[in-house]
Design a protein around this ligand. Structure first.
Ligand SMILES: [Zn+2]
Length: 237
C-alpha cells in the first residue's frame, strides 16, 4: 500500500461498516476517494450464516462499495477486547494506510465487540500519531485529521448526519449482498435480541429515514464527533 487512503472504517464484524455508514462510504467512493474497511473479526459466531458464506458475501459487498482496501484482524468473534495488542494492531494499520478520516464504532453499544473496537479504535487514533511509538514499529506516525464515531445498536445525539439519499438504493444492494444476514430467507434470529428480530433490512432503512428526516432529506447516516466541528470545513472535502 503506497497511496494513502482518504478514509478508514474500523468495525468489529463484516457488515457492520455497511449497515452503519454504507451510504457514506458509497458517497466517498463515488467522489473518487480511496476508502478502506478494517474488520476485527470474521463474525464466525453470528446467529445467521457461517464464516465461509460471510467472507464471500463480504467480498461481494466490498466490490459494490468500491473499496480500495479491506482487511481483517481475524480476532475471535464475540471475544474482542480493547487490549494493548488490539490497540497496537489498529494503530499500525492507521500508520500504514494513512487515512485523513477515521471512523470507529461508538463505544457505548449493546455488543461487547462493538464496544471493544470503538475503544481500541479511539485509542489507536491517538497512539498512531505518536512519533516515538511509531518509530518502535518501524513506521511513520500518522494521526487522521478527523475521528468520527458510527452508530451501532445504541442511539446517540449525532454531531452531523450525512445525506445518503442519492445512494440509498445502492446501499440496499450492498446489504443484500449479505444474503445470510439480511434476506427474508435468513429468517428470524433466535438470539432473542429486539434489534435482531424481523426484517433487518427494513429496520436499517427505517433508521436511515429517521436520521434523514432530522436534516430534511430522505435518508441519512448519523455520526458523532468529539467536540464541535469547525465551521467552513465540510465533512466530505
Ligand atoms: Zn457487529
Amino acid at each position: 500500500m503506497t497511496q494513502p487512503l482518504h478514509a478508514l472504517v474500523i468495525a468489529a464484524h463484516p457488515d457492520d461498516a455497511e449497515v452503519w455508514i454504507g451510504g457514506t462510504i458509497l458517497r466517498l467512493t463515488a467522489a473518487g476517494k480511496r476508502v478502506g474497511v478494517l474488520d476485527c473479526t470474521r463474525g464466525e459466531l453470528a446467529t445467521r450464516g457461517d464464516v465461509v458464506t460471510r467472507t464471500r458475501e463480504c467480498e461481494a459487498a466490498s466490490a459494490l462499495l468500491g473499496l480500495a482496501w479491506r482487511g481483517n484482524l481475524e480476532r475471535p468473534d464475540a471475544h474482542l477486547v480493547a487490549d494493548l495488542e488490539l490497540r497496537a494492531d489498529l494503530a499500525r494499520r492507521i500508520c500504514e494506510l494513512r487515512p485523513a478520516l477515521l471512523f470507529v464504532p461508538h463505544a457505548r453499544d449493546l455488543h461487547p465487540d462493538h464496544v471493544a473496537a470503538g475503544r481500541a479504535g479511539r485509542e489507536a487514533w491517538q497512539l498512531a500519531g505518536l512519533a516515538r511509538w511509531a518509530e518502535t514499529q518501524g513506521l511513520a506516525a500518522h494521526r487522521p485529521e478527523r475521528l468520527y464515531e458510527t452508530m451501532g445498536h445504541t442511539p446517540f445525539e449525532p454531531s452531523c448526519v450525512v445525506d445518503v439519499s442519492e445512494v440509498a438504493e445502492r446501499k440496499r444492494a450492498v446489504l443484500e449482498a449479505y444474503a445470510s444476514q439480511f434476506s427474508d430467507a435468513a429468517g428470524e434470529s433466535d438470539d432473542g435480541h429486539q434489534l435482531a428480530r424481523g426484517p433487518l433490512l427494513e429496520r436499517i432503512r427505517a433508521r436511515d429515514r429517521e436520521y434523514g428526516a432530522r436534516i430534511g432529506v430522505d435518508f441519512g447516516e448519523p455520526l458523532r464527533h468529539e467536540g464541535p466541528l469547525p465551521a467552513f470545513d465540510p465533512l466530505l472535502p
